[in-house]
Ligand binder design. Structure first.
Ligand code: NAI
Length: 246
C-alpha cells in the first residue's frame, strides 16, 4: 500500500487497458492521474468508478504526442505540486492504423510513431528527473506482440512498439542504480475498442488459451511490476497473450 500523496500516472486511461490499470493502481493505494486526450465523459466515468471503489484519482488531459502540451500540462502539474511524487508511470496511450506498406500513407506512419513511441519519450522525459531525485520509480510501457514478432499490415505499429522495447531496455540501464525499474508488457489480443474489429471466434483458434484476454488481466501484471515486490525485475518484456507467441 502506498500513501495517498504518492501518485501514479496512466496515459490513455479513459478506456480499455489503461482504464483497468488506473482502477487497479487506485485499489493498490495510489492517487491515480488519469491522462486522456479528448473523451471527457469517458474519463469522468473512470474517475467515478475509482471513487466508488474508495480510491482517489484526478484527470490530466493532454495529447502525449504533442510535446508542447505535455510540457505545459504535465510539467505544469509538477510545478504546482512540489510536494507530490509521481512514482509510477504507465505509458499506455496508443493507437493503431493498419495498412500494408504499399498503401501506408506518410500520415499513417507518422501518427502511429508519434503517439506510441514519441509519446512515451515526451511523458517519460518530463517525469524522469523527479524519479531520479526521489531515488525510486516504476515505469511500465505497454507494448505489443506486434513489437516482438512483427505483424503484416502493422509495419508502423510493430516498429513503434519495437522502438519502445529498445527504449525500455536502454532506460533501464541508465536508471537502475537509482532504484527505478523500467519494464514492458506485451499483450496479445485483449478485448477493448482497439480489437473490436477482430473476430474473436476466428482468431481464438490460434490462441492456446482459446480466448482473448481481459483488460483486468493485463492490469494485474502491471500492478505487480509497478509494486515494490517487483524490485529486481527491470529491462524485461513480459508477454501476456494466452500462449499465442513466446
Ligand atoms: P484503446 O483504443 O481502447 O485505448 C487506448 C487509449 O489511448 C484511448 O483511451 C485513447 O484515447 C488513448 N490515446 C490514444 N492516443 C493518445 C494520445 N495521443 N494522447 C493521450 N491518449 C491517447 O486501446 P487498448 O486496447 O486499451 O490499448 C492500450 C494499449 O495497449 C495501447 O498502447 C495498445 O497499443 C496496447 N495493446 C493493446 C492490445 C489489444 O489487444 N487491445 C494488444 C497489444 C497492445
Amino acid at each position: 500500500m502506498s500513501s495517498r500523496s504518492t501518485f501514479a500516472l496512466v496515459t490513455g486511461a479513459a478506456r480499455g487497458i489503461g482504464k483497468a490499470i488506473a482502477i487497479k493502481l487506485a485499489a493498490d493505494g495510489y492517487h491515480v492521474l488519469i491522462n486522456y486526450r479528448s473523451n471527457d465523459a469517458e474519463a469522468e466515468k473512470t474517475i467515478a468508478q475509482i471513487v466508488e471503489n474508495g480510491g482517489v484519482a484526478s484527470l490530466l488531459k493532454f495529447n502525449v504526442s504533442d510535446r508542447e502540451e505535455v510540457t505545459r500540462v504535465l510539467g505544469g502539474w509538477l510545478e504546482q505540486h512540489p510536494d507530490s511524487v509521481i512514482e509510477v508511470l504507465i505509458n499506455n496511450a496508443g493507437i493503431r492504423n493498419d495498412n500494408l506498406l504499399m498503401w501506408m500513407e506518410p500520415a499513417d506512419w507518422d501518427g502511429v510513431i508519434d503517439t506510441n513511441l514519441t509519446g512515451m519519450y515526451n511523458v517519460t522525459k518530463t517525469l524522469i528527473n523527479q524519479m531520479l531525485l526521489n531515488r525510486y520509480g516504476r515505469i511500465v510501457n505497454i507494448v505489443s506482440l506486434s513489437g516482438l514478432k512483427g505483424v503484416a499490415g502493422q509495419m508502423n505499429y510493430s516498429a513503434a512498439k519495437a522502438g519502445v522495447i529498445g527504449a525500455t531496455k536502454a532506460l533501464a540501464q541508465e536508471v537502475g542504480k537509482r532504484g527505478i525499474t523500467v519494464n514492458a508488457v506485451a499483450p496479445g489480443y485483449i478485448k477493448t475498442d482497439m480489437t473490436q474489429d477482430i473476430n474473436e471466434k476466428e482468431a481464438k483458434v490460434m490462441i492456446p488459451a482459446n480466448r482473448f484476454g481481459e483488460p483486468e488481466e493485463v492490469a494485474e501484471l502491471v500492478s505487480f511490476l509497478a509494486s515494490r515486490k517487483a524490485s529486481y525485475i527491470t529491462a524485461e518484456v513480459i508477454s501476456i497473450n494466452g500462449g499465442l507467441y513466446s
